[in-house]
Design a protein. Sequence first.
Length: 176
Amino acid sequence: MTPAPAPSIHASAVQVGAHAVLIRGPSGSGKSRLAFDLVVAGRSGQIPPAILIGDDRLVLAERDGAVIARAVPALAGLIEIRGLGLRRCDFVPEAPVGLVVDLAAPDAERMPPVTALQTRIFGIELPRIPVGTSFAPLPLVVAALLTTAGSVPDPRPSHDCRKEFGNHISPTIATE
């Protein structure tokens, strides 16, 4: 008797470098668009090389303490490009998830609490980006991939801050 196939989820994923960016969200939220944007950003050298894992339907599994994303076999190598339909492109069969992006996230904020920047899948804690409906997700994902979290700034105003337009960085940070 063969085991039942693992259930799939409505999501897309792209391998960026060694890890997958798992893109979740409701239908029409831009999962395919973000997946393709990441592939293009990887090809242009803006981020590490990026290649599609799967678009629209994925299977997630836990293996050796990691969440593994892989395409549903019937959709492997296919991506929806709005205005062109389904297109074939290069893909990898699977990769460990290193970042979760939730599109149309109700908890997206300008300065999200640390708890909003984490999620658990199969009990494994993963970094997360909640993206609101009015925000472009690609710059947030690129920033997450290319930067590190900073320390919490001192909420008290600097004694030399004139609070003029565009003057929100202290001189010591801007001149270092």
